[in-house]
Write a new protein. Structure first.
Length: 271
């Protein structure tokens, strides 16, 4: 199993940065096609008396937006020219979160940042909302991470659909890793046999694993995982994304939310 098509989100308000470089490096590693995507939704504010006559922003506003997106596309193509044509650019006048979720149908893995450049939904991607909408595994690259070499991988195991999906989606990384640790966060003294099944499943895919069980005491499960990252020199955390829609907004469980916001390393989430 491998990734044949990767997709990376490009912010309209920031330099291309390290995330595009990481995506290009992964495309080389997996001999994959790379797709860059950026979106910017038009915002029209009208006075009440003008609303009936003016239904859209002036044409020049659309032109300026398209010009900026085209410029981003040229920068992206320059940054990934080492891929020798195995890259393409897509952009649109749409909300970035909705546009990227729709375009994700073309990718095996989508690469995004962990925090928007600003809080404007017309211009910025909402990472949490996107993860739950994408229908694809999502590699989240924290701000400030300049390189990505997933030699030591940890799986944050929970016996639920999302974690099972994450393990399957992460197989290309797991098969290339030097060490893979399965970490089960237990809420009590009770142990489960699920972690043994996961280890055996990965062994049949040629992946040797180390099993660990962590019982949170004076810290939260997320803090246990964050400590593990430092103690074991983990380069990639694989986890299910547990969340739901409440009153039209996405709400995450504690571990998912804290990893998304606080992890110093890349995390692969699946929902």
């Amino acid at each position: 199993m491998s990734y044949s098509s990767l997709m990376v989100h490009v912010d309209v308000d920031a330099e291309l940065g390290c995330r595009v470089g990481i995506a290009a490096g992964l495309a080389e590693r997996f001999h994959a096609h790379l797709i860059g995507v950026a979106g910017w939704a038009p915002m029209s504010v009208f006075l009440a008396e003008d609303a009936r006559n003016d239904r859209a922003p002036p044409d020049f506003h659309f032109h300026d937006m398209e010009t900026l997106l085209d410029r981003k596309g040229e920068q992206f193509k320059t940054a990934v020219r080492a891929l020798n044509g195995q890259a393409e650019w897509r952009s649109g006048l749409d909300f970035p979160t909705d546009l990227l979720a729709r375009e994700a149908r073309a990718a095996d893995l989508v690469i995004i940042g962990n925090a928007p450049e600003n809080q404007d939904p017309f211009r910025a991607l909402d990472p949490g909302s996107f993860i739950l909408k994408a229908g694809r595994p999502v590699l989240v690259v924290p701000n400030g991470v300049a390189s990505f070499s997933p030699k030591h991988v940890a799986i944050a195991w929970k016996d639920a659909r999302e974690a099972r999906r994450a393990v399957l989606d992460a197989l290309p990384f797991l098969q290339q890793a030097e060490t893979v640790m399965i970490v089960e966060i237990l809420d009590s003294e009770l142990t489960s046999h699920a972690i043994r099944d996961v280890s055996n499943y990965l062994t049949r895919h040629g992946i040797k694993t180390i099993a660990e069980r962590l019982r949170p005491a004076d810290v939260t499960p997320a803090n246990s995982l964050l400590r593990l990252i430092e103690d074991e020199n983990i380069n990639l955390m694989v986890a299910g994304a547990y969340g739901h829609s409440r009153l039209g907004e996405w709400a995450f469980g504690g571990v998912t939310r804290d990893l998304l916001q606080e992890s110093p390393i890349c995390c692969l989430f699946a929902h």
